[in-house]
Design a binder for this molecule. Structure first.
Ligand code: FAD
Ligand code: NAP
Length: 453
């Protein structure tokens, strides 16, 4: 690319998940040169490391779209680069280097714990520990996980079902209990995801649970038969079971304590009964003080995520704080980072995707949010001071990258990795292959000495 064809503007997009990638494309198509920085070596974020690994067709389709985006000459990709207070570059440093705007699309990397006694016992996980483990994201890929025979999964969303899928069809545990703080009408999972495990569902227990919840649901105007039909309608399309795992939904139950044995291993989950109350136009769970114990040896919190609080932006309600009175709103939403203590927007910093609203929606929504974030940035750039030599700022940035003294992954390196994965997939007869460690990936890209042995 010559000086003449180099974009008029220079923007850093931080995080190459669906939000960051689609935002980068829109920016690149509008006279912006994009520097896309990604913590992981491989782009794609949760599309690569969240979506269940056997959805080969969906994942392959997304990878192709991401590749087309990265093929755009106006996008420079730098993987294995972490931004943030504990990262390789802090936000103020990037701003000072001359990037006209920073669009933060780093997803929701923090862990939402409830602060219950016993959360540190062996056998307690947050869903992302397991999702990243089975989807082979380093370093989670090589971390040992200890899955017992009976697991309680707190939550009733699609992530709960992904974990149930893995425990039931891969780990083949004895029991999986989804602990749902509200009633049958508030499950958040989709029928599509239920198909994988619906034939393991204990229907007698389901019917009993629905009847137990009926008077409570009636009192807030809910019809539990509709909820029952929603679940049962999946049965004809359900996959044949491959294990004898019993799958149960335990409604109106909120976790209060995790019990452990003397060796520090989980041996129970105490749950508190709840009832439903209408408050502020919503049906909410209200704890009653009666408790019971579930006999489990594994507890997984599938309750959504929050953003990384050490990133360097203020956090509220699990996401980075947005300007309540945005200067560049898109579809009525704010994409501008905001400092509530100083009561002012954070200069030239924008947020989108799960960083703007944690654990919300599918890839399509992250794409839309990223694109709207890019539109907000473009709107801002209309009135931003012109850069005299955007390319020289990029060159200086590249020099700083070199000085980091760590392998930086660019687009041509990624192509080598894709080629090596194809070779491995063919060798092993698998539909897809992934290297489980950064060292292996860096070695096949020629960025690190191959590991001996
Ligand atoms: C378990 C699970 C399964 C899912 N399954 C599906 C599904 O089947 N279908 C579907 O449509 N949607 C699914 N989703 C939802 C979908 O994955 C998300 O909507 C989407 O990926 C969010 O996109 P994002 O770009 O905002 O964040 P992410 O996808 O999380 O991407 C964030 C990116 O930022 C990078 N990053 C993080 N921190 C830093 C940092 N400090 N510096 C630099 N880079 C950083 C990461 O490396 C990553 O590439 C699933 C989600 C989960 C959790
Ligand atoms: N295959 C797919 O398509 C797929 C797979 C995975 C994820 N996703 C998407 O990714 C997004 C995130 O999914 P998710 O499952 O993490 O979130 P989710 O759909 O919001 O579900 C979270 C669950 O956790 C419960 N919960 C939250 N806080 C709790 C607490 N303090 N105590 C007890 N329970 C609590 C919620 O209950 P309440 O309802 O009572 O709050 C809810 O049942 C969703 O949009 C989902 O559709 C899609």
């Amino acid at each position: 690319m010559t000086e003449d064809t180099f974009g008029r503007y220079l923007v850093a997009v931080i995080g190459a998940g669906p939000a960051g990638l689609f935002a980068s494309r829109l920016l690149a198509m509008n006279d912006v040169h994009v520097v896309l920085l990604n913590r992981d070596i491989i782009p794609g974020g949760l599309a690569e490391y969240g979506i269940y690994y056997d959805k080969y067709k969906m994942k392959e389709g997304l990878r192709k779209q991401f590749q087309q985006i990265l093929d755009l000459p106006a996008i420079d990709y730098f993987g294995n680069v972490k931004v943030g207070e504990t990262g390789d570059f802090r936000l103020p440093e990037l701003r000072a280097m001359g990037f006209q705007a920073l669009l933060v699309t780093v997803g929701a990397q923090g862990t939402k714990w409830l602060g219950l006694p016993g959360e540190n016992l062996v056998g307690v996980y947050h869903a992302k520990d397991l999702v990243f483990h089975y989807n082979l994201l380093p370093p989670f890929s090589t971390q040992a996980v200890r899955i017992g025979r009976r697991a309680a999964l707190v939550g009733a969303g699609n992530v709960m079902l992904d974990i149930a899928h893995w425990l039931i069809r891969e780990m083949k545990v004895d029991e999986v209990i989804s602990v749902v703080r509200r009633g049958p009408n508030e499950v958040k999972f989709s029928k599509e995801e239920l198909k994988a495990v619906v034939h393991n569902l204990d229907l007698a227990k389901l019917f009993a649970e629905v009847e137990r919840a009926r008077p409570v649901a009636d009192a807030v105007g809910q019809n539990v038969d509709e909820a029952k039909d929603y679940i049962l309608s999946t049965l004809p399309k359900g996959l044949d079971p491959v294990s004898k795992t019993g799958f149960y939904l335990d409604f109106l139950a909120s976790p209060s304590r995790i019990l452990g044995n003397e060796q520090g291993y989980v041996n129970g989950l105490e749950i508190e009964d709840t009832t439903l109350v209408c408050s502020e136009g919503e049906v909410q769970a209200k704890r009653l003080s009666t408790r019971r114990i579930l006999d489990v040896d594994t507890v997984v919190f599938c309750i959504g995520d929050k953003v990384d609080e050490s990133f360097g932006l203020p956090v509220r309600r699990n996401a980075f704080v947005k300007n309540p009175n945005p200067l560049h709103p898109m579809e009525g939403l704010s994409f501008e980072a905001f400092d509530p203590d100083l009561n002012r927007p954070i200069d030239r910093v924008f947020v989108a995707g799960w960083s703007r609203e944690a654990s919300s929606g599918l890839v399509g929504l992250a794409r839309k949010d990223g694109e709207n974030g890019a539109r907000a940035v473009l709107d801002y750039l209309q009135s931003a001071p012109r850069l005299v030599e955007p390319k020289s700022i990029l060159d200086e940035f590249k020099e700083k990258l070199e000085k980091l003294n760590q392998p930086i992954v660019n687009k041509s390196d990624l192509q080598k990795l894709v080629d090596a994965e194809l070779v491995e997939a063919e060798k092993s007869g698998l539909p897809a292959y992934k290297f489980a460690t950064n060292d292996e990936m860096l070695a096949v890209m020629g960025l690190k000495q191959p590991i001996a042995g």
